[in-house]
Structures are given as structure tokens and as C-alpha cells.
Design a protein around this ligand. Structure first.
Ligand code: MOS
Length: 727
């Protein structure tokens, strides 16, 4: 028997390409005759442009052209429902009018023969404005109509509850800050457009460019084999992608556009800031009766961005009465976008902090309180759970973390000047699945090339898909060549929301299953095959061979089979279509954190963390582990460091650089550990996976916040938790 690839601790199959610099990111693709573009961003937060003086820029050596609303052609900007563009508004139409909707909005682009000339040219463009005061502050502004949810009579139930809590939590705006900046190279060949882009969804970018330029979808090709982190910022095509294509068309040359770090803050989305008011009621034993959620979040003035901030309040715990109202406030900012456990991370921070507050109020252990509120079914839709092993996550986690050493009383453990605390939080994330396809091509060498238009922003799509294909075809992983990131490949959903392994993986498996069956049919029907006449069901594959199940010596290799039959290849198209949901399927996790807080300085240090996850079957243990560590690191950032600061006088982001916007560095990242519960979810998808990219992030910030409370006795209801808040 050959070893199974799925479940084996394979290293990244693309690791060598990455560490030797051969992996090509968006800006790395060599393009004959390419010229360079630099964006001029608005220096006011709202208003109109009254004039643009491009003379100095155009006189600068190397500058070829300057494009703004004064000379740009009208673009089609067809509606694009098949994108990740937020609903209820219209996307930013670049260079189509004189309006300024947010600080840093692209108002012109300079094209030049070198990046330096383009950059310098951009600094020479003079834009005059009729500026107005922008609204960028979440407080005291009007909101869109709320999205609402209700079951029972939550207001009345909170009123009459034996125990009532009411509090407002706030979370800061966060920016994705991947290492690789967004970048686009655009090239026109007649009316056909080719784009190399940093994106989590080549098909989405293809559709958006087709809609913007009024082209057929297949007149646009988008290529993106490697993505240097994205965390959600690549889930839609931002205006700079259009600008690169527009500049290439106007300049008559291929154009490369790389955003500066500052421009990433202005133009590629962010986790919206929230104010989240929560009232809850419970009985004296900690059984929840009701929650009322009044949620306010920022969006832009021109699009209504909403995310899934309501699910946790409806289904994480059992309770008869829930009311929710989710209002978005249009502000003079760039439109937000999904970021690391979008919506869920915010809701979990609030609900899991509130549970911790209730546990403290009632003198009940936080884990015990959660156990008392475990639902028997999904109370948001009445469905049974396919798998929900949160109780096991608590048990395994408490044991591995040493939860029994936690003194119940806050501020009771010290280590010199440091106050020590332990906290925990639960997390859930609905398993997203969408239709996907994958092509499988087995050649005469017995090497399988598998292709799907998906992405790998870091979690390891190349590796996990290689493992799935290897097992289904009975090949060693070295004989599988998985390719992704090209819109000419079979269509897949966006690489986000933890859906890639479930959706694309199931399509890959289907394609490989079909190909294996094709090969077996060919063999058993071939008089010259050692497998001739064997029942197809009795043929297995392994180590690159087809053989009789209980007589492994009787068989042949794929190469032999193809050569003898004069075939250069076998080819199939795999597909996955999710069925009607009959179960509530979510990934679950319990996160534990130990922190130390310097009682004189208010400094918080995370000492160690543990995550225990119920995410179905693990395809790639090394990468799952790595993903969990990444989720914890992101959560440390959200809890303690990350905060986009806006100057509300002019709408400028003041810390738009990696010196002032704090992300965790090695010194902030302690001993991290992840445990994945063994098992699979047979209802989730053919692979039995539930997705894990989001859930590993979701419970982290509240676990840390609860540990800070346990260490200090101080409840900080605002993220990030700063030194100032603890003094
Ligand atoms: Mo993500 S926020 O699933 O890219």
C-alpha cells in the first residue's frame, strides 16, 4: 500500500520556489516594453477638484502622460453582480468626474518610463480642491436602514431577566497589511486585456475589468500564481486595477502599477470600526435567556459594505430570545472589505467578552458557563449540527492549557511586577461552499497536471490540492503538478471565507476520481493489460500503478497503460456543486491565552496561547498548524496592537505605514500551540473538511481580552487594548 498523502505532514510544495525567489508575485512578471504608473491621491477628504495642473509633471524627463478626469475616456462601468463589490451603492468610478469621496482617492495617474520618473511626476501634479469637512467618525452620524433579526421578545426578556448586563464595546479600524503590496501589470493586445494582479480571485478581477471596460468576460485574462498575503484585501478588484488597465490603453504600452504602503491604506479596504452595544439576560445559574445586539459599523459614502457580524449572536449559544439591529454608517472613507474572520471576529470579541463578564458576575467558571449554554441544534435555522464538538475543544484545551491552575479571582496571580491572567473564548465560522471546477490531465509520463483558477495567498492551496489529487489518482505527490491563479483555468469561487479546500478540493477530488475511473475502464477493457477482465471495482491505484486490490503484483503503471493504448494523455473536468443544506455546518474552536500585565506600566505581554479546533478532516497538518499560528498572530494584533488612526479634521489616515501601524513582531509572538480534533464532517463536503482559515483567528482577541481582565481586574471594552487603558 502506498502512503496516504492527505494527512501527511508535507512541506509546502511551492516552498522552494518561494525561498529561492523564483515565485513570481504580481509586480515580478517580466513584460516586454512595460512602462510604469504612479497614482496621485487626493489630499482632501471630501469635495471637488477645481483644477489640475500637469505641466510640471509632463515636463519631467521620462513622463509619458498624465491621466485624470480631465482627459480620461468614459468607461462602461456596467453593473457587476458577480463580484465581491458591496451592495446598495455604486463603486468608485475612477477619473470619471471631479468628486472627491475620501482622502487618498486616486485623482490622477502619471505614466513614465521608469518607476522613479512616475513617482516624481506624481509629486509634481498640482490639484486644486474645493474642500469640505469630511465625516470619518462613527459617532453622531446618520445610518443606513438596519439589517435586523429577531426571535422571541428579547427586549422584554432582558428586562425581566434575573441577571442583566449592558455594555458597549468598540473595535478600531484595522488594515490588512500583507507584506506584498497590491500591484497590477496590464497589457492590451488589440481589444484583449491581460492583467497580472495581486488578487484572491482571478475570476472576480476578470469579471470586474470586463464590466468596467465593457468587454466580454473572456476578452480579459487575469494571472496571479502567487500572492504574498492578503487577509481579504484581494477579494475585490480595487480602482488601481482599473487604473493600470486604463493607463496601458492610453499609453499604448503595458503598464506596471505598484501601490506604495501609504496607498494601501487609502485604497485596498479595511476592517471597519464598530460600536457594538449588547444587553443580555440570564438566570442565576448562567443560562442565557436573551441578547439584544445594537451594532454600528462604518461603510463608505458610495457603497454599503456589510459582513457577517450577526451569525454568532444567533447560533453560538442557546437562548430563546434574540434581537439584532446592524446599522452601517456612510462615511467619507474608502469602502471597507473583509479581513481575517470578517464580522465573526468582531462579534466574537463582543459576545465572548460578555460571556466572561457574566461568568465573573455569577462566579461561574467561564468554560462551565459556556457548557451550560451549548445549543442542541442551530437555533438560527432549526437545523441539526452536522458536527459540533465545541465541548471536546473545551475539555482538550482546558487539560492541555492547565486551566485548572487558574485562580478564579481576578488579579490574584503575580510574577514580580507582572499580573498574570488566563482567558479563553469560543469561536465558530459557518462552512462556506461554492461551485468549483478543476481540470485534470494525466500525461504519458504518468504526471498529473491539475488546474483550477483559485489562489494561494498563503494557507497552502498548492500543497493541499496536490495531496488530494495524489491520493485520488494513486500517485506520489511528486507526480502531481497543481497549477492555479489564471482565469483561463476552470472557474472557482473567491479564495476567502475559508472555502477553498472544501470547494476547490472537492472539485479536484472529483476530477481525479473521474480520471482514475477512466484509466481503470481503459485497463480492464484492454486485452493486453494485466488487468483485463477484472471488475473495475476490484482495481485500486497506488504508487503510480493500477492493480488488483488484493493482488497488488497484478497491475501496471499509468505510463504503460497510456503508451500501449497510444494515448498521450487522459483528461477530465472535475466539478463540485454544494447541495441544499440539511445541516448546520460550522468550524469551531476554543482559544486559550495567558497574559502578563505590568501593573505599573500597563504593558501587556501574551505569554502563551493554545487553540483547539473542530474543523473536520485535516488535509495538510503542517499547513493547518501554520494557519492556526497565523490566526493567533493576527488575533494578537487585533487585541493589542492594530489600530488605523484617522485625523477627523481632514480624513487623513495618520499612521499609514508599518512604523506607526503596529502589527505583531517576533517579540510579541509567544509560545503558540494548535490542536486539531481528529475526525471529519461527512455532511460538509466530499472531503469532510469544514474550513479553518477564519476560525483560527476568530476567538483570539476575546481570549486575550479576557486574560487581561483576569490578570488585572480591569475590563477594557475597546480594541486594541492599550497601555493607556490599563493605567
Ligand atoms: Mo479572508 S477575510 O477569508 O480573505
Amino acid at each position: 500500500m502506498s502512503r496516504q498523502a492527505v494527512g501527511a505532514p508535507l512541506s509546502r510544495v511551492d516552498g522552494r520556489l518561494k525561498v529561492t525567489g523564483q515565485a513570481k508575485y504580481a509586480a515580478d512578471h517580466p513584460t516586454e516594453g512595460v512602462v510604469h504608473a504612479a497614482i496621485v491621491g487626493s489630499t482632501v477628504g471630501r469635495g471637488r477638484m477645481t483644477g489640475i495642473d500637469t505641466r510640471a509633471a509632463l515636463a519631467h524627463p521620462g513622463v509619458l502622460t498624465v491621466i485624470s478626469h480631465l482627459n480620461a475616456p468614459k468607461l462602461a462601468y456596467r453593473p457587476n453582480p458577480s463580484s465581491n463589490n458591496p451592495e446598495g451603492g455604486e463603486r468608485l468610478h475612477v477619473f470619471q468626474d471631479d468628486k472627491v469621496l475620501f482622502h487618498g482617492q486616486p485623482v490622477a495617474v502619471v505614466v513614465a518610463t521608469t518607476p522613479q520618473a512616475a513617482q516624481h511626476g506624481a509629486s509634481l501634479v498640482e490639484v486644486r480642491y474645493d474642500a469640505e469637512k469630511p465625516a470619518t467618525d462613527l459617532t453622531g452620524t446618520h445610518a443606513h436602514d438596519p439589517v435586523t433579526y429577531a426571535r422571541g421578545d428579547a427586549d422584554q426578556a432582558v428586562q425581566s431577566a434575573a441577571v442583566r448586563l449592558e455594555m458597549t464595546y468598540r473595535t478600531a479600524r484595522n488594515h490588512h497589511n500583507a507584506v506584498e503590496p497590491h500591484a497590477t501589470i496590464a497589457r492590451w493586445d488589440g481589444d484583449r486585456l491581460t492583467v497580472w494582479d495581486k488578487t484572491q480571485w482571478v475570476v472576480g478581477t476578470q469579471r470586474e475589468l470586463a464590466a468596467v471596460f465593457g468587454l466580454e468576460q473572456d476578452a480579459v485574462r487575469v494571472i496571479s500564481p502567487f500572492v504574498g498575503g492578503a487577509f481579504g484585501s484581494g477579494l475585490r478588484a480595487w480602482p488601481h486595477v482599473t487604473i493600470a488597465a486604463l493607463a496601458a490603453r492610453e499609453a499604448g504600452r503595458p503598464v506596471k502599477l505598484v501601490l506604495t504602503r501609504k496607498q494601501l491604506y487609502a485604497g485596498t479596504g479595511h476592517r471597519p470600526a464598530y460600536a457594538y452595544h449588547l444587553r443580555l439576560g440570564s438566570d442565576r445559574r448562567g443560562r442565557l435567556t436573551a441578547m439584544v445586539h445594537d451594532i454600528t459599523a462604518e461603510t463608505s459614502s458610495y457603497e454599503n459594505f456589510r459582513e457577517n457580524v450577526l451569525a454568532a449572536g444567533q447560533a453560538l449559544y442557546a437562548m430563546p430570545h434574540v434581537r439584532q439591529a446592524y446599522r452601517t454608517v456612510p462615511l467619507d472613507v474608502n469602502t471597507p472589505l473583509y479581513m481575517r474572520g470578517p464580522g465573526h471576529a468582531t462579534a466574537a470579541y463582543v459576545i465572548e467578552s460578555a460571556l466572561d463578564e457574566l461568568a465573573h458576575e455569577l462566579g461561574i467558571d467561564p468554560i462551565e458557563l459556556r457548557r451550560r449554554n451549548e445549543p442542541a441544534k442551530d437555533e438560527s435555522n432549526g437545523m441539526p449540527f452536522s458536527t459540533r464538538r465545541l465541548r471536546e475543544c473545551y475539555t482538550v484545551g482546558a487539560r492541555a492549557f492547565g486551566w485548572d491552575r487558574r485562580a478564579p479571582k481576578p488579579r490574584s496571580t503575580r510574577d514580580g511586577d507582572w499580573l498574570i491572567g488566563m482567558g479563553m473564548a469560543a469561536a465558530a465560522h459557518g462552512t462556506l461552499r461554492n461551485p468549483a471546477q478543476a481540470r485534470v490531465l494525466l500525461d504519458a509520463r504518468g504526471v498529473a497536471r491539475v488546474e483550477a483558477a483559485t489562489s494561494d495567498m498563503g494557507p497552502g492551496t498548492y500543497t493541499s490540492m496536490t495531496q488530494v489529487a495524489a491520493d485520488a489518482l494513486g500517485l506520489p505527490t511528486s507526480a502531481v503538478d497543481f497549477r492555479l491563479g489564471d482565469s483561463t483555468m476552470p472557474t472557482t469561487p473567491a479564495h476567502g471565507g475559508s472555502q477553498t479546500t472544501a470547494s476547490v478540493g472537492s472539485a479536484v477530488q472529483d476530477g481525479c476520481d473521474k480520471l482514475r475511473r477512466q484509466a481503470i475502464e481503459l485497463a480492464v477493457g484492454d486485452e493486453r493489460s494485466p488487468l483485463h477482465g477484472v471488475d473495475a471495482g476490484d482495481v485500486a491505484v497506488g504508487d503510480g500503478r493500477l492493480h488488483v486490490k488484493n493482488d497488488p503484483a497484478r497491475g501496471e503503471t499509468y505510463q504503460q497503460l497510456l503508451a500501449r493504448n497510444g494515448r498521450t494523455r487522459l483528461e477530465t473536468l472535475g466539478a463540485f456543486t454544494p447541495g441544499e443544506p440539511r445541516f448546520s455546518t460550522c468550524a469551531y474552536g476554543a482559544t486559550f491565552a495567558e497574559v502578563a500585565v505590568d501593573h505599573r506600566l500597563g504593558l501587556v505581554r501574551v505569554r502563551r496561547m493554545l487553540g483547539v479546533y473542530d474543523v473536520g478532516r485535516i488535509i495538510s497538518p503542517k499547513l493547518a498548524d501554520s494557519q492556526a499560528h497565523g490566526g493567533m498572530v493576527g488575533g494578537i494584533g487585533m487585541a493589542l496592537l492594530e489600530h488605523t488612526v484617522t485625523d477627523h479634521r481632514d480624513g487623513r489616515i495618520v499612521n499609514n505605514n508599518l512604523a506607526d501601524y503596529l502589527v505583531p513582531v517576533n517579540a510579541d509572538v509567544p509560545d503558540l500551540r494548535a490542536i486539531f480534533l481528529d475526525g471529519e464532517d461527512r455532511e460538509a463536503d466530499p472531503l469532510g473538511v469544514k474550513g479553518l482559515g477564519e476560525v483560527v483567528h476568530i476567538g483570539v482577541a476575546p481570549a486575550i481580552a479576557n486574560a487581561v481582565f483576569h490578570a488585572t481586574g480591569r475590563r477594557v471594552r475597546e480594541l486594541p487594548i492599550t497601555t493607556e487603558a490599563l493605567l
